[in-house]
Structures are given as C-alpha cells and as structure tokens.
Write a protein that binds this ligand. Structure first.
Ligand SMILES: Nc1nc2c(ncn2[C@@H]2O[C@H](COP(=O)(O)OP(=O)(O)OP(=O)(O)O)[C@@H](O)[C@H]2O)c(=O)[nH]1
Ligand SMILES: [Mg+2]
Length: 468
C-alpha cells in the first residue's frame, strides 16, 4: 500500500507567521532537498548524520528564496519511518508557497491529508488507534480531551487491546490443534479456563464500552441545556456563564426563539451551554418550532438546567417542571433546578417556591438559588456542574474510548464473545467455538489496524490536516 513517491506539504497553519515548516518524506527526499539547498561550506545533506539540523540557503537556480534550517531524519528513525526532511523557513505565505512549488517542480508531490501519519502507520511506527489519536491531539481544546488523546497516542488503549488479543490467540491455537486431532476427541483447551478468560475479556470490553459516553462528552464538550418558562432569565444566565452578551436579553416574554449555544472551558473541561426558547403555550408558529427544539435539546443534553422565576404563577411553575421532568424520564441526565432572580425575592416567596420544588422534584435533583443578573451563587453552580461530570475515570488514568469506530468494533467483539460464551456453556463443538473467537479477534484487530482495508484507512486519514 505504500508508494515510493516523495510527498511534501506545509505543516504549519495557513497564513503569515514568524516561521513555517515544510515537510518532505520518502525515499530520496534528502537528495531532493540537496538539489535546492546550499550550505555555506558546500556540505551535502545526504552526507550528514541522521537527526541533525543544518543552516543554509534555498535557491531556485541563482535566486535565493530564503535562509533556512533543515532537519534531516533517516529511515527508520523518523515520524513516518522513511527519510524525512523538515525545512523551517520564514513564515511569509509567499515564501511557503514558493518553497512548496520548488519541491513539486523538483519531483515531490503534494501530500494528501494525513498522509505522513498514514505512512507512519503503514511503516509500523504506530498502530491505527495511535494514529487516530494524533488527530485528536491536534484537535484537543481542553485539558481533559488532551489527556485522553495523549494517553491513546502513547499506546494506552493499544496495550489494553493487545493483551486481550494475546490471551485469545493462545486459546485459539489450542482449539485449532484440537480440530487437527478431531477423530481422537482430545481437549487441549481447558474449557473452564477458557470460560474464565472469555468472561474476563467480556468485562474489560464492557468497561471500555461504558467509557465511551464519558469519552464522547470530553471530546465534544458536555452538553448543558438551559430550559424553563419564558422570561425566567435563561439568556441572562448563558451570558453570565460565557461572560459575553451572546444572547439577546429583554423583559419581553418569548425573546429567544432559536437555540443559541457556545462552548467554554471550565477547569479543563469543555461545557457546551445551550440557551433555548422559553416553554409556554403559544399559537405562534415560529415560537412553537422553537419550543420543539427546546425539548429536542433536553434529549441531547447530559445536564439540564431548569430555571424558575419564583415571581411566576405557582401553577405554571409546576407545569413547566413536570414537562421537563417528563421529557427527561428515566434517562440518566442530571437535572439541576435553579431558582433565579433571588435578588428580587422576599422570605415569603422563597417559602412558597420551596414548597413547589419539594412537591415536584425528586431527591436526586440538585437545587440552587441564584441571580443570573447579579451573579450571586453562580460560582456554586459551576462547582455543581464540575461535580456532576464524573471525571474519576479520567483522573485514575483509565483507558477511555472517544472514537465511534473503536466503539463499534468493541460492540461487535462483545457480540461474538457473547456467542462464544454461551456456546461454551451449551458445549458446542470446537470449530464453532473457534469461529466465534476468531471473529472477536478480528474486531479487536480492526481497532489497532492489524486488520484493515483501504477504505477504512482513507476514511480515517481524510479528516486529518494536510502536512500531518
Ligand atoms: N432581577 C433580576 N432580573 C433578572 C435576572 N435574570 C434575568 N432577569 C431579567 O429577566 C428578564 C428576562 O431575561 P432573559 O434572560 O431574556 O429571559 P429568558 O428566559 O431568556 O427569556 P425568553 O428568551 O423570552 O424565554 C430580563 O429583563 C432580565 O434582565 C435576575 O437574576 N434578577
Ligand atoms: Mg432568552
């Protein structure tokens, strides 16, 4: 699958910068660089030791394009496992493009997205899940997503899968040996041991599958829906948390009609706050669509902030709470009820609202009293949000799945493993058992890329940036 062409790309972001890096990889890339590079003492790059940096000029015939630093890496000790060159030039867009074009004219071709990393995978420098983690690392926008990505890139997940595969491979070889001696009815693979092993592996896979939910929210931001009746201060709260005037606030009920959202990073965790249209009975078509979207966002949220204005009619408050609670249903979403505008409430009002909450909320629902306008108790709200997100797994360095491709492969592995376990219980023949275990191995192998197709690879790497 590896082709021998020399690939090149600008690896730094688009636009002008202080410095830019242009990268080349492939057999002959150092020689190719020598055609355009002149050192002050006429040294050839090919004659220099690996992993060294050199200062000189890049020239298009007699025309000096730039003074550059050239780093050379020799196969197999490079990112891609091939001969590689990285040229640090001045970061003008003109220089970057000129250098790139020079190399293309000299015989290199423009790299496809992720092609450097794909070569690293094909040359065995990393497995597929590690290669995928490189893209996650580049995209990581919070301490939490960064931690998961770097752990995966350094092989945490790969090791876990390799151990499982290793254990299964041992047993499958015994089972296959039995098949060779099928006439003699011998059992090389101890069925009890095998049963224990399969159950152990099943529980490891179940744990990994469970971690996906956390992994997914870490990667994409934890969705927090802000809902409630009209005019209770939802948009004011969004603006307060984001610390900017993102949503329009007014004393007119029904101001927000569409969903407004933004991501912010709180103590290393990304939260996606979603302001919604206020819930009320209305005949307005557009507002009705807005309210439908509110309920849709409740479905997608991990945390629901239900805002209540104690100055509203008691019956209406109770109805709004019920509607939201019904929508949350039995799901494991966290509900945090927020009595807003405490700056306007007297003791009597607070007593009334406490009674309503007591009647309509359950014990596990968190309650707070805040003022979105003055900022009172917002700190406490943030603390509650952080505590709701259970980051224990993350802090204990457990492997967390963030990638839906891995999730699907693990699900399939788990299904075939289940078949093997129940087959073992009903004493099915060794060849059927071997078949199910082989299938489990296949799906585990898909994760790390032992088993892969061109289509899978191009799907993975097309989402990378060019130059990585
Ligand atoms: N006194 C006081 N007023 C508040 C507070 N929070 C919001 N308000 C006011 O309540 C009114 C409605 O605020 P919004 O943030 O627009 O309310 P909303 O829930 O987004 O309203 P809709 O988008 O219409 O559903 C505005 O006049 C705000 O200034 C608060 O904590 N205290
Ligand atoms: Mg609003």
């Amino acid at each position: 699958m590896i082709n021998n062409e020399i690939i090149c790309a600008i690896s730094t972001p688009q636009g002008n910068g202080a410095i830019a890096v242009i990268r080349l990889s492939g057999v002959g890339s150092i020689e190719l660089c020598d055609k355009l590079y002149k050192s002050s003492r006429n040294k050839k790059l090919v004659d220099q030791p690996a992993n060294t940096i050199h200062f000189g000029e890049l020239k298009d015939y007699d025309k000096i394009i730039d003074e550059v630093l050239v780093s050379i890496f020799k196969n197999p000790h490079s990112y891609t496992g091939e001969d590689c060159v990285e040229i640090s030039c001045h970061g003008s867009e003109y220089i970057q493009q000129t250098v790139l074009q020079l190399f293309i004219k000299a015989g290199a071709r423009l790299a496809k997205p992720g092609e450097f990393t794909m070569r690293a995978f094909l040359n065995g420098k990393m497995d597929l899940s590690q290669a995928e983690a490189v893209a996650d690392l580049i995209a990581s926008a919070s301490a939490a997503s960064h931690k998961v990505a770097i752990q995966q890139m350094r092989g945490g997940f790969s090791n876990e899968i390799a151990v499982l595969r290793g254990q299964l491979l041992h047993f499958i070889s015994l089972l296959e040996l039995e098949l060779d001696f099928s006439e003699e009815e011998v059992e090389f693979a101890d069925r009890k041991q095998l049963n224990n092993l399969l159950n152990n592996i099943q529980s490891v896979i179940a744990k990994l599958l469970n971690s996906f939910k956390l992994g997914n929210v870490i990667k994409n931001g934890i969705p927090v829906a802000i809902v409630g009746q009209t005019n209770v201060g939802k948009s004011t709260l969004l603006n307060r948390i984001l610390n900017e005037e993102k949503a329009i606030v007014s004393e007119i009920a029904g101001t927000t009609r569409d969903v407004i959202e933004d991501v912010i990073n709180i103590e290393g965790v990304s939260f996606r706050f979603i302001d919604t249209a206020g819930i009320r009975e209305t005949t307005d078509t557009i507002e009705t669509i807005g309210i439908e979207r509110t309920f849709d966002r409740i479905d997608k949220a991990s945390i629901v902030l239900l805002l209540i204005d104690a100055n509203d009619n008691e019956k209406d408050i109770a109805i709004a709470i019920k509607k939201v609670k019904d929508r949350i249903g039995e799901s494991d979403k966290k509900l945090i009820s927020l009595v807003n505008k405490i700056d306007t409430l007297d003791k009597n009002k607070i007593r009334i609202i406490d009674t309503i909450l007591l009647e309509n909320l359950s014990k596990k629902d968190i309650q707070l009293k805040i003022s979105a306008k003055t900022g009172e108790n917002i700190e406490q709200l943030i603390t509650e949000l952080l505590s709701v997100v259970n980051l224990n797994a993350l802090n204990q360095n457990e492997v967390i799945i963030t990638n839906s491709r891995h999730f699907e492969a693990l699900q399939r592995a788990s299904e075939s493993l289940n078949r093997a376990i129940s087959g073992l219980q009903s004493n099915i023949s060794g060849d059927f058992l071997a078949q199910d275990i082989r299938e489990t191995l296949h799906y585990l192998g898909e994760i790390t890329g032992e088993i892969t197709t061109d289509e899978v690879l191009s799907n993975i790497f097309k989402n990378f940036c060019i130059g990585k």
